[in-house]
Design a protein around this ligand. Sequence first.
Ligand SMILES: [Mn+2]
Length: 433
Amino acid sequence: MEIITTHKNTDFDGLASVIAATLLYPGAVGVIPKAVNTNVERFLSTHKTAFNIILPHEVDHAAVKKLIVVDTDQWRRLDRMEKLKDRQDLEILVWDHHPSDGDIVSTWTCKETIGATVTLLIREMKRRNMVLSPLDSTVLLIGLYEDTGHLSFPGTKAEDAAAAVYLLENGADLNVAGVFLNPPYEEVQKDILFNMMKYTEKVTFNNYTIGINVITLERKVPMLSAIVSMYRTIINADAVFAIFINDETCSTVIGRSGVDRIDVGEILRKFGGGGHPAAGSATVKTQDYLPGKLKLEIIELIKKNKIGGAIVADLMSYPVTMVPPETPMFEIRSLMEQKKIRGILVGEEERLEGIVVLWDLKKLKQEKQWKGPVKAFMMRNVKTIGPGMQPSEAAEIMVKKNIGHLPVEHEGKIIGILTRTDILSYFYGMLPE
Ligand SMILES: [Mn+2]
């Protein structure tokens, strides 16, 4: 007898991985623990006859030759498998995505930190060019979506999304999936938000207020990052860090910042995570940092993260192209093409009079207009900024005024220009080294 099993309090990733394994190992039967999560129970009550699965008490342990364990690697999390623990002749295979090291000694293992265990099994299905039924695809998709929070959890990898593509191509039904998946905004999200507000610890440092929370999750919660963003707005902090204790093996830290001086991505990279200055996350093993220690380390890093945030002067482009007001429009056009820029400043000896952008060229309807001077088409009263301004402030001006170019002025002279591209490169960490 060959059996496949998963952890007690089975979630959809556990169930989906067992079902996926029954397809990959046709000789094996799935053993679903007696205790399963409520939504899994709801699913099984109508669907269990569709799959090759049994309950633990139906297993003849002495006859088991091969044990396939999915979504865990710990004996104590299995249901009624103690009899197999010390068997020398047993072949054991493990498929798991948890970062911890369990006590199941396997003959063969596929273990990788990825959004869902089922993604690892789907990798093998894809390799074998397997075609799945819509029902199988649907249950696998529910497992994948539940463990990745609809592909929104920070631990989600590109391969998880690719696995969703495969399942949808095989006919996974999103209507059915929607019935069994927890909707993203329900009581549980509200509870977490209220909890965070109630137990916020505020740290003030250099006039910045930082909110820190340690929250234990009873189960997986989708949309955590959205909750953290909302939380920062509500408590009006410059930055927030929420440490979510997933289970005894790991925590997830999600950070959000509204000021450039607190670079969340930079701080969380120290814990093996990442992100950009305004948003980031990290999954931290408990064996490396206990949650309380993690909190102290983050506070320490914020204090050390010495005012190193970039300012406009670090991001702006220079030298700027400035042309006299009499310059004909056809020259403006070729300048933009030549220099691959979308905006040109107009003025005399660094005295700014206006700006002309690519969009303005579209106003020219007649051929003869191209000979006209730029001053007839440029925009006057150009908004300028100082070199010491924070990138987020500059970005806000761009958004509010819907402009893509901000000339940078210092002591009455234009010393550079900040464009949307400069801002995007900064926020998404694509700055050339
Ligand atoms: Mn899982």
